[in-house]
Ligand binder design. Structure first.
Ligand code: NAP
Length: 310
């Protein structure tokens, strides 16, 4: 084994709620799990300003704070969290090989909790203006829009939750949605509709982000009347859903047509000893609590798998 090749019983890819919960359970089973953080320590949840539906926190908890608590608890029982990123896997023989930025892991079992990333609108100017007015993270960038006009695109929980967060800073927040009905939960909808800084433009899509030193104008189109218009804004926040971070496993693990890894009710993939948990394998719920539950289940199953081999 070369110097930078490490053998572990349980390797966990990703440090969101699924990965860190898996780490907690595998650590308590004395399997000395290693978690590779990926790009975003704490996963998407860590970018969420406030999480109000994770039990045990009656008045909510910050996403980053919850991630830190998950990490501390897993480390307390012996999990190791490494700032590293996997970029290639080989499942042709056990132990499985995972190549990372820092070296190579040989893993007896693998728990994939690589999460998901924001979907882009795909309109002209969006990529060029990202960081110059276009953003996918209110917690990261909301502060830059103090007393400014902001547009939020999307009609789900994320759009509503993030739009409400941005009202702390912005002078106005206009939510633009392509339909008349929203997917967001009733409580969030009511809060947003009652908020004095919030406005709504429905049946409308953004067709172009005008380019310049900073964002000034969006082109909009009413999908019912086909009428086009220009809308002045300082910021555009896009929350139109997520796609799973599973590119690395294409052709190696069974997935559905959207790229979510297929697991059975024990979090098992089609490769023995390889489990998937959280948003990488969950097109249905995508909650902190469901991801954490999947992570715990994956670790319990990995433990049973290793015990059966002994
Ligand atoms: P989502 O529920 O999939 O909603 C995406 C929204 O974006 C939909 O309203 C959709 O419109 C719109 N959209 C999609 N593609 C679009 C496009 N190309 N142009 C314009 N609009 C587009 O995604 P999400 O809000 O990120 O939520 C994901 C999951 O996380 C959900 O299960 C949600 O419940 C959960 N979540 C929960 C909480 C919470 O419980 N507090 C917070 C955040 C997220 P259509 O409606 O027309 O399809």
């Amino acid at each position: 084994m070369s110097n930078n090749e490490k053998h572990v019983k349980v390797l966990i890819l990703g440090s969101g709620p699924a990965g860190l919960s898996a780490a907690l359970y595998a650590a308590r089973a004395e399997l000395n799990p290693v978690v590779l953080t990926g790009m975003q320590l704490g996963g998407q949840a860590a970018l969420t300003h406030a999480i109000e539906n994770y039990p045990g926190f009656p008045t909510g908890v910050g996403g980053a704070e919850l991630g830190e608590l998950f990490q501390k608890q897993a480390e307390h029982f012996g999990a190791k969290v490494e700032f590293d990123m996997a970029h290639e896997v080989d499942f042709s023989q056990r132990p499985y090989t995972v190549k990372t930025d820092s070296g190579v892991y040989k893993a007896d079992t693998l728990i994939i909790s690589t999460g998901a990333s924001s979907i882009h609108l795909g309109v002209s100017g969006e990529v060029e203006m990202t960081g110059r007015g276009v953003s996918y993270c209110a917690t990261c960038d909301g502060w830059f829009f103090k007393d400014k006009k902001v547009v939020v695109v999307g009609g789900g929980d994320s759009a509503f939750e993030e739009a409400l967060f941005i009202t702390r800073y912005a002078s106005s927040v206009t939510l633009i949605h392509r339909r008349e009905e929203f997917r967001a939960g009733a409580i969030l909808q009511k809060r947003a509709k009652d908020h004095p800084k919030m406005n709504f433009i429905l049946n409308t899509v953004v067709t172009e982000v005008l380019q310049g030193d900073k964002l000034t104008t969006l082109k909009l189109k009413n999908v019912k009347t086909s009428e086009e218009s220009a809308f002045e804004t300082d910021g555009l926040f896009i929350f139109i859903g997520h796609s799973p971070n599973t590119e690395m496993f294409k052709g190696k693990l069974e997935m559905n047509n959207l790229g979510y890894i297929k697991v059975n009710d024990k979090m098992e993939t089609n490769v023995p000893g390889v489990y998937a948990a959280g948003e990488a394998a969950d097109p249905h719920f995508r909650q902190v609590i469901t991801s954490a539950g999947m992570g715990a289940a994956a670790a319990i199953q990995a433990t049973r798998f290793l015990e059966a081999e002994e």
